[in-house]
Design a protein around this ligand. Structure first.
Ligand SMILES: [Zn+2]
Length: 591
């Protein structure tokens, strides 16, 4: 690339949103939303089956305008909070926007209910005129048969605040307070979960075991409480979704949110069980590499090399942009837009949120990216991942605020693809064998964590949701989880008994039931897309670009179908696992 500038680590600029909480525009936005909601409520009397197309579009546009303004407010509060989680001002701003949002949702609900109940002919007539709003409107009607009356829906909304949401907050409050005391090199340390879990990637086998044992001892002490919270959440899910709304199975609720047919997820999970063997081969291989007869569950993320390679931030940015550029200059330009607008907060600061994310606020604003960049190869991969999300969002910026975001199973497409482009580039340029081996093994570590592990969580969730209803105790669930682990790892890994408590430390199965398969879905999809790219080269690109540019404006099954991908066929998922099998073979053949 020619005009490569050197990027440094600075806090991001949020000036495209607001100058601060005292910015007059910030308060004015609340006022605009309130006026907008009033305008929207006035439409209520005009709703009738023969509503004109023009009026319909103007109602939906008004709604979209409200969503945009709310996203600006909520986005600003959340980004300030992420950059300083100790800021009380930001904390209360987030709470204020949440409350405001719940009120708006109840005031505008009438439209949603009217739309779902509208007869087929008129719905079709209006959908045909809806333009870019079309798919969003279709997804609302997907819930037609599972929707209750307005007063019932409002009661559920209000009761959730002090019911299931409060249970989840309680779970978060209890578990976020945990600290973990561990002795490292003769010195007693008190670590956060994130810091503790970094130790399972250390070369010292005793330290890895001690890290997990420390983790489990803390959670297990609260198992009766955390397990009880889980049981209550599961019962609430059943009461609302199956008993009141009439869904057939607990997982089908999430499938409908994702707009993926139940049968597709059944196939995905079935094919997964048949392909656990590739990961078992990988674990056998890793055991050999690190000189063990058999891996213990403690050793699954053990490094095979002591690689301490570090990348300067500016070099990392350059490598990531180059890898994108090699795929397509447009990708590099979009990623550069995010960096050039100073929308990346990459430095490590006290009080800043851990981890990484990319936040799309509205289609007309360049997304923001949060990183905690420390120069490890993982950090470079994370940069490629989050900028990949940013590219996806920018590719889809012509859509409305209701249709820009890809649905969950497709949301990780560009990010994962971006990481793969980067790893390919690093491998192509790396001459040190140890660093190459490290990169390739880490790739498989990630595939295990994203694919096999998440799919087995999904299988456990299905079992647990049935067991709880039949009166299972917390210990019974732990036993079922242990059985689940045995089928996940087969004979390839020794599973210490304390791993039976792993499920009570997975926030997703509490906060967003049946969410986790989306990770595996996305990663397998990208593996097979990437394989197509390798085979077809440039001919592949337009198909891929179309998928990204569609954002959330087309049903996933149709969008992928247009790209020649049939997610209903077992063969498609098998293709993703074949790539994994090949990766393991490559590793077996390394010297
Ligand atoms: Zn991601």
């Amino acid at each position: 690339m020619t005009d490569q500038k050197s990027y440094t680590q600075t806090p991001w600029s949020l000036a495209d949103l607001f100058e601060g909480f005292d910015d007059p525009k910030y308060q004015a936005t609340f006022d605009e939303i309130e006026q907008g909601v009033q305008k929207f409520e006035a439409f209520r009397e005009q709703l009738a089956p023969d509503l004109s197309e023009d009026l319909f579009i103007s109602i939906v546009s008004t709604y979209e305008g409200l969503v945009r303004r709310l996203s600006r407010l909520g986005g600003f509060a959340e980004l300030v909070f992420a950059s300083n989680t100790q800021s009380q001002e930001a904390q209360s701003a987030v709470a204020r926007v949440d409350q405001f949002q719940a009120e708006m949702s109840n005031k505008t609900m009438f439209f949603n209910l009217w739309w779902k109940a509208l007869d087929e002919n008129n719905a079709k007539r209006l959908l045909d005129a809806a333009g870019d709003f079309r798919y969003w409107l279709v997804t609302l009607r997907n819930f037609k048969d599972y929707t209750l009356s307005e007063p019932e829906e409002k009661i559920i909304n209000i009761k959730d605040v002090t019911g299931v949401s409060a249970l989840n907050m309680l779970y978060d409050s209890i578990t976020n307070r945990y600290t973990f005391k561990i002795e490292i090199d003769g010195e007693e340390k008190e670590l956060t979960r994130g810091e503790l879990m970094a130790l399972v990637r250390e070369p010292d086998p005793d330290l890895r075991a001690k890290a997990y044992q420390t983790l489990f001892s803390v959670y297990e002490a609260d198992a009766p409480i955390l397990g009880q919270i889980y049981q209550a959440i599961v019962r609430d899910w059943r009461n609302e979704n199956l008993n009141l709304r009439g869904f057939k199975t607990p997982i089908s609720v999430r499938n409908l949110v994702n707009d993926i047919p139940d049968a597709v997820i059944e196939t995905l999970l079935d094919v997964t069980k048949q392909n656990a063997k590739h990961f078992h081969r990988f674990f056998d291989l890793k055991a050999k590499r690190i000189g063990m007869d058999k891996l213990r569950r403690y050793d699954v993320y053990a490094p095979v090399e002591k690689s301490d390679k570090r990348y300067e931030f500016s070099d990392a940015a350059e490598i990531v942009l180059e890898s994108f550029h090699e795929f397509d200059p447009k990708f590099a330009d979009l990623a550069k837009e995010i960096l050039d607008k100073n929308h990346v907060d990459s430095e490590v600061r006290k009080g800043k949120m851990g981890g990484a994310f990319c936040a799309t606020i509205t289609p007309d604003l360049t997304p923001w990216v949060l990183l905690n960049y420390q120069g490890r190869p993982d950090d470079v991969a994370t940069m490629a991942h989050e900028l990949g999300h940013g590219i996806h969002s920018l590719m889809a910026r012509e859509h409305s605020a209701l249709t820009q975001h890809a649905c969950l199973p497709l949301a990780e497409t560009a990010s994962t693809f971006g990481e793969m482009m980067l790893v390919d580039k690093l491998l192509a340029e790396e001459t040190n064998d140890a660093v190459r081996r490290d990169l390739l093994f880490r790739q498989m570590d990630d595939s295990f964590a994203t694919i096999l592990r998440q799919n087995y969580f999904s299988l456990f969730e299905q079992t647990a949701h049935e067991m709880v209803i039949q009166g299972a105790q917390v210990n019974d669930l732990a036993e079922a989880y242990y059985e689940n682990l045995k089928s996940e790892f087969g004979d390839s890994v020794i599973i210490p008994d304390e791993f039976r408590w792993e499920w009570i430390m997975i926030p997703h199965i509490y906060n967003v039931p049946f969410y986790v398969y989306a990770y595996a879905f996305g990663q397998l999809l990208v593996l097979s897309l990437y394989k197509q790219f390798k085979e077809e080269g440039n001919a592949f690109k337009p198909r891929y670009m179309d998928i990204l540019a569609a954002g959330g404006s087309i049903a996933p099954i149709d969008l992928l179908g247009k790209a020649g991908i049939d997610i209903t066929s077992a063969a498609f998922w098998q293709g993703g696992y074949d790539v994994i099998g090949d990766m393991v073979t490559t590793l077996e053949n390394l010297d």
